[in-house]
Design a protein around this ligand. Structure first.
Ligand code: 4NP
Length: 159
C-alpha cells in the first residue's frame, strides 16, 4: 500500500565509502528524473567501523562524476540497532552485508532487509570494487539494481 509519508530506504555495504554511497547517489538522481523524489528518502550506511567518518572513496567519486551523477556531502556512518525502526528498507550489496545487518539488528522481524540485485532478473551480488579497482562493473550493477528497485516500488504501489 502506498505510504502517507516518505518511504525511507538505506543502502548498506561494509565500509559505506564505495558501493552503498554509489547506490544512494544514483538512486537520488534517478528518483529526480522520474519525479519521485518527494516520495522517498534515501540514505546509506556501513556494517563496520572500518571507514568511520571517511568521505566517499575518490575513485568512486571519479566514476560517478564521469557518469554525470550528483555527488553529495558524505561521511561513512556505521548502522546501529536503533536504525531498524527508523527505516522501511535496508538494501545490502552482497550476502555478507545481509548477515551483518541481521546480527546488528537482532534479526529482521519486519522483513525490511533485501539485496539490491534481487530487484533484477539475474540476482547476485553487486561487484565489489575494493580489491578489483573495477568501478565500471560496480556502477553498471548499481544502475541495474536501482532501476529494478524503483520499478518494484512503483509496480507494487509501495510509494
Ligand atoms: P564498500 O567498500 O563496502 O563498498 O564501501 C569497502 C570499503 C572498505 C573496506 C572494504 C570494502 N575495508 O575493508 O575497509
Amino acid at each position: 500500500m502506498a505510504m502517507d509519508r516518505k518511504l525511507k530506504i538505506m543502502f548498506i555495504c561494509l565500509g559505506n565509502i564505495c558501493r552503498s554511497p554509489m547506490a544512494e547517489f544514483v538512486m537520488r538522481d534517478e528518483l529526480s528524473r522520474r519525479h519521485l523524489d518527494h516520495l522517498i528518502e534515501v540514505s546509506s550506511g556501513a556494517t563496520s567501523y572500518e571507514e568511520y567518518g571517511n568521505p566517499v572513496y575518490p575513485p568512486a567519486v571519479q566514476k560517478m562524476k564521469r557518469e554525470g551523477v550528483t555527488i553529495y556531502p558524505h561521511r561513512a556512518t556505521p548502522i546501529v540497532k536503533e536504525d531498524y525502526d527508523r527505516y522501511d528498507m535496508f538494501i545490502g550489496m552482497e550476502d555478507y552485508n545481509l548477515r551483518r545487518m541481521r546480527n546488528i539488528f537482532g534479526g529482521d522481524k519486519d522483513n525490511k532487509i533485501s539485496k539490491l540485485l534481487d530487484y533484477t532478473s539475474r540476482g547476485g551480488d553487486i561487484a565489489d570494487p575494493w580489491y578489483s579497482g573495477n568501478f565500471d562493473a560496480t556502477y553498471r550493477d548499481v544502475v541495474e539494481g536501482v532501476d529494478g528497485l524503483i520499478n518494484h516500488l512503483t509496480e507494487n504501489n509501495l510509494i
